[in-house]
Write a protein that binds this ligand. Structure first.
Ligand code: GLN
Length: 535
């Protein structure tokens, strides 16, 4: 039962490991694909006019694709809460991702195929990504102080996958890995194919480990009327009435018809997504509409909850809104920083050996997360012991200050040209910037996942996790626009001018990030009031 799972002893619930590995392999697939996207589009994708994509367009395209990925997490979370349950959603998402990778592996070069494959992956991720995070949250009781540590471990898993996938796929695609086995004209097929194979491993892992999850993540349709799949929450100790509305299901049990409607609807929707992903103009419309709609929906849900619960949802909204800004800057990494790495960096690491700067761009952040996530976790615990642990709002603020420091470091690469006037800057300084940024991410991202599961009432867990990722969608979207602005200014310029243009942009991002951090710290008392007993 849920009670048994949540009363685990030791540091982590054993169910966490299944989720850890499924998510790790899923992220391999996702980041593998993400890491090749921009580069592939400007060098190998064949557009209908027979050409490759312009750099600035590729940035927009990248931003749009990523925006859709995360926007669909809201829809995936919603369907999971209402119809499929977390487990079936995850399974369905995984299948779609495998199909998408298979299409890309078959022939990624023509525009049509490419966007078809990408669309499957986009929707698939929407069904997979939020729901696995929510299940991690379900392993813990309300108020269990081990929850953040669990998310922190889970986040390391994410980054192990991201690292392996991010490095392997671009290296294979560019023909730098396994060259004796892979024919030179098939490297991209293999890169995308590998993502699909690994995604299959992710699903198999989940299938074999899901039994241990007990009632967690089962379809809400399956539970009988008048019964919930999880205990109704009681905030504090009996101070608030148990939520009566959760007990009365609006949907009658056993109607798998709804489930098939979701599966069928998803497939029918693929051509729409394909059109939208391929034409970035549609992304604009989509982004204008989905955000306000989700806000309205949240407002509607709030009317069904107590004022105490609604205040928590408002606090969650503050975190969500700030995270948009964070990701808009952070996600330059797959867009403008990836082009910057390809053009403006040398390939020497500390003068000792050489590495492909694009591979480094895809991998550095993940390596730092894997190494430092546990250390940051220990720092929080140590601070908690001394009763000086900053609350979540302050941690978010710190996250922004680190982000600012990181972008300031990207800015300084311009002072570290390998040969003066060459426009080729030091990879080492670039890596240092990622080092700083990673601490920002660690102050915000795993904690964000955790705080969503703390602030949402049971019935809205999936939706709120979806909203958290929807913020990433907006972040990605804005990241694409910012990146396109940077690349457009630099198109056709000499390398040295490009270096100046890009780094000027990064300096501005640093300034805005610092401002956001300060604002958060200043408003932290208000947000804490909204959060009430949640830390
Ligand atoms: N790197 C994290 C992940 O892939 C966070 C991504 C995000 O929320 N934008 O899960």
């Amino acid at each position: 039962t849920l009670e048994e799972i949540q009363s685990f002893e030791g540091k982590y619930p054993k169910q966490l490991w299944g989720l850890f590995f499924s998510e790790m392999w899923e992220r391999f697939c996702f980041y593998g694909m993400r890491g090749v996207l921009t580069y592939f589009m400007i060098t190998h994708l064949i557009l209908e006019n027979g050409e490759h994509m312009q750099e600035s367009q590729a940035n927009l395209q990248y931003g749009a694709t990523q925006a859709f990925v995360y926007a669909f997490t809201f829809i995936g979370g919603l369907f999971a809460d209402k119809i499929l349950g977390f487990r079936k959603s995850l399974f369905w998402g995984g299948i779609l991702m495998i199909i998408g990778s298979a299409i890309l592996a078959f022939d990624p070069f023509p525009e049509q195929n490419f966007f078809l494959g990408i669309s499957f992956t986009v929707i698939g991720t929407g069904f997979f990504k939020p729901n696995i995070s929510t299940m991690v949250g379900s392993l813990y009781k309300r108020g269990d102080s081990r929850r953040d540590a669990g998310f922190s471990l889970f986040y390391s898993g994410i980054n192990i996958g991201a690292l392996l996938g991010g490095y392997a796929c671009i290296a294979i695609g560019k023909g730098q890995l396994f060259t004796s086995f892979i024919p030179a004209d098939k490297t991209w097929n293999v890169a995308f194919g590998l993502a699909g194979v690994v995604m299959t491993i992710s699903l198999v892992t989940f299938i074999f480990t899901q039994k241990t999850l007990g009632p967690i993540g089962l379809s809400p349709l399956k539970s009988q009327d008048g019964e919930t799949e999880s205990v109704p929450e009681i905030e504090g100790i009996g101070t608030v009435q148990p939520e009566v509305t959760t007990v009365k299901r609006t949907v009658k049990s056993g109607k798998s018809w709804y489930e098939y409607a979701v599966y069928f609807g998803t497939l029918a929707f693929i051509p729409v997504v394909m059109t939208m992903v391929a034409k970035t103009e549609y992304t604009d419309w989509f982004m204008y509409i989905i955000g306000p709609c989700t806000l309205l929906y949240l407002g509607y849900e709030m009317t069904k909850h107590t004022w105490e619960e609604s205040k928590k949802l408002l606090a969650a909204l503050v975190f969500i809104i700030f995270s948009i800004v964070f990701w808009a800057f952070f996600e330059q990494s797959g867009g403008s920083l990836s082009i910057f790495a390809a053009k403006n960096l040398n390939n020497e690491v500390l003068g000792l050996f050489t590495l492909d700067p694009n591979g480094v761009n895809n991998a550095a952040n993940s390596i730092f997360v894997i190494v430092f996530a546990p250390i940051v976790g220990l720092v929080w615990i140590a601070m908690a012991k001394k009763k000086i642990e900053p609350n979540t709002v302050i941690k978010f603020g710190l996250g922004f200050l680190f982000l600012a420091g990181g972008f300031y470091t990207f800015y300084t690469t311009r002072f570290f040209e390998v040969v003066a006037g060459s426009g080729i800057a030091s990879l080492d300084v670039f890596v240092l910037a990622y080092f700083v940024i990673t601490f920002g991410e660690l102050c915000l991202s795993p904690i964000g996942l955790s705080i969503m599961t703390k602030l949402s009432p049971q019935r809205l867990q999936g939706v709120m996790m979806g909203m958290w990722f929807l913020a990433s969608a907006y972040g990605q979207y804005v990241a694409g626009i910012l990146g396109a602005g940077l690349s457009e200014a630099g198109e056709g310029d000499s390398l040295q001018q490009k270096l100046v243009t890009y780094t000027d942009g990064y300096l501005q991002l640093a300034i805005y990030a610092a401002i956001a951090g300060v604002v958060l710290i200043v408003i932290s008392p208000i947000v804490r009031k909204l959060m009430q007993d949640v830390k």
